[in-house]
Design a protein around this ligand. Structure first.
Ligand SMILES: Cc1ncc(COP(=O)(O)O)c(C=O)c1O
Length: 473
């Protein structure tokens, strides 16, 4: 699909009216629902770091072939897939645990190593799922801000380790920043991690890295260090919808991770697709090559617009739009392009790479939006933030105030400090914007909770936040 450039006048007209549905060549307008059927409707979705080329043709064939066997249970313990991963990585199969995406693996790792009273140390901003899983298990999260170059501060992370620390969680390349930990820095960091602390390294975006000054942490696993590498087939392998990910860890740690897993979490077609995709090196190369070109287009477009961006070793780029990024995000969405903003970086947008046509259309749209400015009456896209809980401490009821985006389910759960779920206050789609929810201090069964400190956890898609509240009787 190619874009016919639209004029700034068209854009101005459309934003003034705010009633249009389509603009020429830019596809669907407005935030997209998740359940859409037509592949073309995904054009312009630059918000989820997906593979714009789609799954490999080999994976597609495998999916079609396996569909007629959907009445049969899969290889329930993923043995064939794990053997395929072992072959590809040239490691014994007892280093691998496969599951339904990195998402499942992150939960399994947190469940294996984090409990009540423990601490997890991680960077901010980063991909927040591990921290969320930790808090749901009763662990406390220690966040260490990235440095001035947006790189994870490894010394800061080491300084934050206490005798309670059980897990350090790193995302390399980091999401949303796209920066990496350089190989010598990782080596000297790992040499200093105290005994008894496990380091989980989420390498979801590993395949996109171009610099020589990086290496995967897999070789530390081979050397016997307590390192767990998390990988996914959702990104460079183009299988986000098939849900496959895996961990690589020592034969000591792997059973700790796998023992908490339900059987058959990866469907039969997904297992077949993953196995086929691992063999399709040409699709992988094409993906990487497109990503390089798409990033170059974004970089040169941003430079032309005099916008600063963060050089990314990933399939997304953070750009400083110099103004309220949420407003720009809404305006881009009206023009058919979904991007992300948030993470406490109010002027940055995260833009996933897409096809070159999508990149051209996106840059054109961004230039239009920035050139005309955001009209005062323009509806602003809401970002995710857990604002406050008040009163705190409370006696009979407290109000949780937060902001959510409109497009993904929101979960708000109260846990006690032993990691036991006390009450789910929200698990639903909520309108975008500010929300308030009252907790009456009771558990799921209507029984008043005891005096004490409770964790209030808010989750929406890839965003998570938590605060603590004290119930005093
Ligand atoms: C850093 C990181 N880890 C894990 C995931 C989840 O991946 P999966 O689709 O394999 O569950 C994502 C998704 O965007 C991610 O950015």
């Amino acid at each position: 699909m190619s874009y016919s450039p639209f004029s700034r006048r068209e854009f101005l007209k459309s934003t003034a009216a705010l009633s249009f549905m389509f603009l020429p060549g830019v596809g669907r307008v407005k935030a997209m629902p998740f359940h859409i059927d037509d592949p073309d409707d995904y054009t312009g979705r630059l918000s989820h770091n997906e593979n714009p080329l789609g799954p490999s043709p080999l994976a597609q064939k495998a999916l079609a072939k396996e569909s007629i066997l959907a009445n049969r249970y899969p290889d329930s313990f993923n043995s064939t897939l794990e053997a395929g991963l072992a072959k590809m990585h040239e490691l014994p199969a007892n280093h691998f645990c496969a599951g339904a995406g990195a998402t499942e693996m992150i939960r399994l790792v947190a469940d294996a190593f984090l409990g009540a009273g423990d601490e997890i140390v991680t960077a901010t901003p980063t991909y927040t799922q591990m921290a969320w899983e930790g808090t749901t298990n009763g662990a406390a999260v220690v966040y260490v801000p990235v440095d001035k170059n947006y790189v994870i501060d490894l010394q800061g992370i080491l300084d934050a380790v206490t005798p309670k620390t059980k897990l350090i969680s790193l995302v390399n390349p980091n999401n949303p920043l796209g920066t990496i930990i350089h190989k010598d820095e990782m080596a000297s960091f790992l040499a200093k991690v105290p005994k008894g602390v496990v380091v989980a390294v989420d390498e979801a975006y590993h395949h996109y890295i171009q610099t020589e000054d990086y290496e995967s942490c897999i070789h530390y696993v081979e050397e016997g260090l307590p390192v767990i590498v998390i990988r996914t087939l959702s990104k460079a392998y183009g299988l986000a919808g098939a849900r496959t990910g895996y961990t690589i860890a020592s034969p000591d740690l792997t059973p700790q991770i796998g023992s908490g897993q339900l059987w058959s979490t990866i469907s039969r077609p997904s297992q077949a697709a993953a196995i086929a995709a691992l063999d399709d090196t040409s699709h992988l190369e094409e993906t990487i090559s497109l990503n390089i070109q798409a990033k170059e287009m974004l970089y040169s477009g941003f430079t032309d617009m005099k916008l600063e961006y963060i050089q990314a070793e990933a399939n997304f780029v953070m750009v400083d739009v110099g103004t309220d990024a949420s407003a720009v995000r809404t305006a881009l969405s009206e023009l058919g392009f979904q991007v992300r903003s948030g993470w406490g970086m109010p002027k940055h947008l995260r833009v996933s790479t897409g096809t070159l046509d999508e990149m051209a259309g996106f840059l054109e749209a961004l230039a239009s939006v920035l050139e005309m400015g955001i009209p005062g009456s323009f509806p602003i896209a809401h970002t995710f933030v857990l604002q406050s809980i008040y009163p705190n401490p409370f006696n009979s009821r407290c109000t949780v105030r937060f902001n959510v985006m409109g497009d993904e389910k929101v979960t708000l759960v109260i846990y006690d400090l032993l990691g036991r779920k006390v009450r789910t206050l929200v698990h639903d789609f909520l309108p975008a914007g500010e929300q308030t929810v009252i907790w009456d201090g009771k558990d799921t069964f209507g029984v008043p909770a005891a005096s004490g400190i409770y964790a209030v956890n808010l989750l929406q898609g890839e965003f998570a936040a938590g605060k603590r509240v004290q119930l005093l009787k």
